[in-house]
Design a protein. Sequence first.
Length: 226
Amino acid sequence: METRAETKVCSSSGTPFVAREAVYSVIAGLAALTSVGIWLLMVVDEGQNIGAATVQLGVKFTNVTVLLVGVVAAWIASGRSPGHARAVAHLTVMLMAVVTAVVNATLLDPALPEGWWGVVDLSQHYVIPLAVVASWATLGPSVDVPRSRLGLILIVPLAWFVFVLVRGLTTDSYPYDFVDVAENGWPNVLATVAAIVVFMFALGAGAATVDRRRHEVRVATNRRHG
């Protein structure tokens, strides 16, 4: 948790708290609307029952990412002193959003569907990832996350991979072709998963380094003005 002195630094260095809360509130609202839109389209357009559509929100990585972005954005918008927990959560969802965009562009079909599906696809694969990265780069939160806690950013993605692979063994159903063990085989699937995880960790380490340096600048500024 930030100390009172560190919070003062944010104010004296011009970090726009009101702007950050407003922007993250908008991101939370956009994520909520996108999640509801996906769910409604699965029910209305695809004819899935309510239970099946709800399960699908937890099976697809993109849907999970959008849901978590909404939760974390609302969490950040609710407080002015982000600590390690918020910072780790923010890095996690930001990396998940970036991976969603990259995987969609490289391993899946990046073309937008027609109609309302195209609208939600644009939101979840492009608008939300860009908004999360841009807000982090310009507004924070920039907290010095200890290197010992950096591995926490991989908990949710790894848990999702384990879940879909175990679920696939029992249902023979996979949300994406690149994790389809029956089609690609375990070596290829595990190699792809490993590459994604390494990519995420490298991005996370880079983002955490940027946050650490911004945090040091804030502390140094506070000492000069204190």
